[in-house]
Design a protein around this ligand. Structure first.
Ligand code: PLP
Length: 467
């Protein structure tokens, strides 16, 4: 086990004034996730009091469009009575049962329905409490499986720059964003990083097809160098979400998958964001990218964020290999008190009903409008690229549009745009110099128009701030 030694931030700096300190509210006893050391206990936005459809209302009574659907999760929108009823009914029937020596009807039903939706032979599911625990479970399962099969050295995990896979120790060790790794320890001896498949930042002189070749070749070289006998899995978000909605070059996902198959490396698709309608399907791996991974991790949209639940779809082939080993002692000693939580599973079943009852079709039908509308923001000088797929998109701002030169990190364009959007009634998710938009799937065309108008005005205002 090794740790990254803390590096001083290698940030470029700018002479820009800091964001308005008055917007940061008073200290609170709540430590929110991902706090900056100097601002622990403060928050940029006061409590959200209520939500309805694609809107939330804050403490001050301000109604805001929920541009990021919470954290890419409120897929069916806020305040769905069906989900609240499912939660209450299940709590009154059975609030909890041990996931180890009992099961509950909702967990069995949900497993069956997910198996029916999942591609290939992914017909089993291990439920977890969220995305990090799903990725952690998939990785520990890979380790266990290789131990049982007598190849304990086959454990290296291949991840990518820009990836985000969670906040538990092993899952976080796969994260490829500098700020995730620079100040946090990680199991770096277990992980090999590949390049981020971001066509917008591809090396100059390469077209997209050549970039795809370059990325696949890089993986091939890693396999040669490290040895397929030492590599257990490749973990990949089909579209990198928190890394800035990275839509990889055409053919890349399939070719990476085929390379894994050819080398007996498990392909784990991290669909924590892309599943449950975000790309218009329950799972995107097969329907959008044409692959049948060995495992798929999911969370977020499975309950539309109404209850914490996640899981891993696991290939029957992998389970059969374990059964055949019939090892007298080997136990997959891994589980969570809240695995298969009956309330979470009941909510997920109702959520699936809503998705299947026209919402997946709606998401598929409205996605081109959403992408086209946001794409118009590229006419603004600050915007280098608007990219996305389905109902997820990112506005990537640059210092120089022609050469795609990045802005200094402390310009915090994302936060500035978000602050201006809030004044006009829209929440977006700032990511340094990018903004992410991934609204509830129920969004309509007029709401998309309004969202784009607000973003356009707020980006213009940000440009004025910076001159
Ligand atoms: N994987 C991906 C692709 C994610 O985007 C996230 C969270 O954003 C996670 C895993 C971790 O999920 P959770 O926050 O539910 O633990």
């Amino acid at each position: 086990m090794t740790a990254h030694s803390p590096k001083p931030a290698d940030h470029q700096t700018s002479a820009r004034p800091k964001l308005d300190a008055a917007r940061v509210d008073r200290q609170r006893p709540l430590v929110q996730p991902w706090p900056q050391a100097g601002s622990i206990g403060t928050t940029l936005l006061g409590p959200i009091g209520s939500g309805d459809g694609i809107y939330v209302t804050d403490e001050a009574g301000r109604k805001l469009m929920d541009g990021p659907a919470g954290m890419w999760c409120v897929n069916v929108g806020h305040r769905r009575a069906e989900l609240a009823d499912a939660m209450r009914d299940q709590a009154m029937a059975l609030s909890y049962s041990s996931p180890w020596y009992t099961t509950s009807a909702p967990s069995l039903q949900l497993a069956e329905r997910l198996a029916a939706h999942a591609p290939g032979d992914l017909d089993h599911v291990f439920f977890t409490t969220g995305g990090s625990s799903a990725v952690e479970t998939a990785l520990r399962f890979m380790q266990f499986s290789n131990n049982v099969r007598g190849r304990p050295e086959k454990k290296i995990i291949v991840s990518r720059q820009g990836a985000y896979h969670g906040s538990t120790y092993l899952s976080a060790s796969l994260n490829g964003r500098p700020r995730d790794l620079n100040w946090m320890d990680s199991l770096s001896d277990k992980v090999v990083m590949l390049s981020c498949p971001n066509p917008f930042q591809r090396p100059s002189g390469m077209d997209e097809a050549q970039f795809a070749d370059f990325l696949v070749d890089e993986f091939r070289q890693v396999i040669e160098r490290v040895g397929a006998e030492n590599i257990g899995a490749h973990v990949a978000e089909p579209i990198m979400a928190s890394g800035g909605v990275i839509v990889p070059p055409a053919g890349y996902v399939k070719r990476m998958f085929e390379l894994c198959r050819a080398n007996d490396i498990l392909y784990i698709a991290d669909e924590v964001v892309t599943a449950f309608g975000r790309l218009g399907h329950v799972f995107a791996s097969k329907d959008v990218f044409g692959i049948e991974p060995d495992m798929i991790t999911f969370a977020k949209g499975v309950t539309s964020g109404y209850f914490p639940l996640g899981g891993v779809m696991i290939s029957a082939r992998l389970l059969e290999e374990l059964r055949r080993s019939n090892h007298p002692e080997a136990m997959f000693a891994h589980g969570l008190t809240y695995s298969s939580h009956p309330i979470g599973c009941a909510v997920a079943l109702k959520n699936l009903d809503i998705l299947e009852d026209g919402l997946l079709e709606h998401a598929r039908a409205i996605s081109p409008y959403f992408q086209k509308s946001l794409k118009t923001l590229e006419e603004l000088p600050l915007v280098g690229e608007v990219r996305g797929m389905g109902l997820m998109a990112c506005v990537d701002c640059v210092a120089d549009k022609v050469n795609r030169n990045p802005l200094a990190l402390d310009v915090e364009v994302g936060k500035r745009i978000d602050a201006h959007c809030q004044e006009r009634g829209l929440l977006v998710r700032p990511l340094i110099n990018m903004c992410v938009i991934s609204p509830p799937l129920i969004i309509t065309e007029p709401e998309i128009d309004r969202m784009t108008e607000i973003l356009s005005a707020s980006i213009r205002q940000t440009m004025d701030d910076l001159t």
